[in-house]
Design a protein around this ligand. Structure first.
Ligand SMILES: O=C(CO)[C@H](O)[C@H](O)COP(=O)(O)O
Length: 221
């Protein structure tokens, strides 16, 4: 199976968590795009979808699916999204698609986070994928210097403005031995909107597409 077939298989498996009448949070990225395709083919009669990015909102609307405003929905029963890396404790790095802040908001407003990935995303420890940090343009240089003091090496993602009008610093070299604290510490830098460590709001169910089909993992910790 190639990587797209694995993503597609994981995305299809997530349909089992979607029930008629539900409100569903929808993440961002190529794996989620397969999920949106599967949703539109399934015709499950949900109440509507909350999008984590403008790109996802446009894709849902193009598929004829109803998009709801998070400010009108209250808590969401289920959120489906991909990840750039996920560790054995279901903590993730996200934001490869620059949508991390809205993704974290929708994930945090949701009771169940279903993470859909291909098997290349499973890691013993987070930190190989450069950590995306969303930063106010005004604070870019200051935040970059603080990240260097933390041991990181930040690079400005060229040509990218987030849905919130900000920039992304991709950071390598950080110490991921305590992801919960790292997430908090970076978010304490003035000028940081959010960062791509999902350790406080981690996944609840992990669906991994691999050569032998989709494996379902539930927390064992
Ligand atoms: O966090 C994300 C977007 O901000 C995506 O979930 C992550 O980048 C994975 O993307 P893909 O499904 O394309 O591999």
């Amino acid at each position: 199976m190639d990587v797209n077939e694995k993503k597609k298989a994981a995305a299809h498996a997530a349909l089992a968590y979607i029930k008629p009448g539900m409100i569903v949070g929808v993440g961002t990225g190529s794996t989620v795009n397969f999920f949106i395709d599967a949703l539109s083919q399934s015709r499950i009669d949900v109440e509507g979808y909350v999008a984590s990015s403008i790109a996802t909102e446009q894709r849902l609307k193009a598929a004829g699916l109803t998009v709801l405003d998070l400010n009108q929905t209250g808590d969401i029963p289920v959120y489906v999204d991909g990840a750039d890396e996920i560790d054995p404790y279901f903590r993730m790095i996200k934001g490869g698609g620059a949508a991390l802040t809205r993704e974290k908001i929708v994930a945090s407003a949701s009771r169940q986070f279903i993470c859909i990935v291909d098997d290349s995303k499973e890691k013993g420890m987070l930190g190989q994928f450069p950590l995306p940090v969303e930063v106010l343009p005004f604070a870019r240089s200051y935040v970059a210097r603080q990240l260097v003091k933390m041991g990181g090496n930040p690079t400005l993602r060229q040509g990218v403005t987030t849905d919130n009008g900000n920039v992304i610093l991709d950071v390598v070299g950080l110490d991921f031995t305590d992801p919960v604290n790292l997430e908090k510490e970076i978010n304490n830098i003035p000028g940081v909107l959010d960062n791509g460590v999902f350790a406080k709001r981690r996944a609840d169910v992990l669906l991994v597409g691999g050569d032998s089909g989709v494996q379902t993992h539930k927390p064992h910790f």
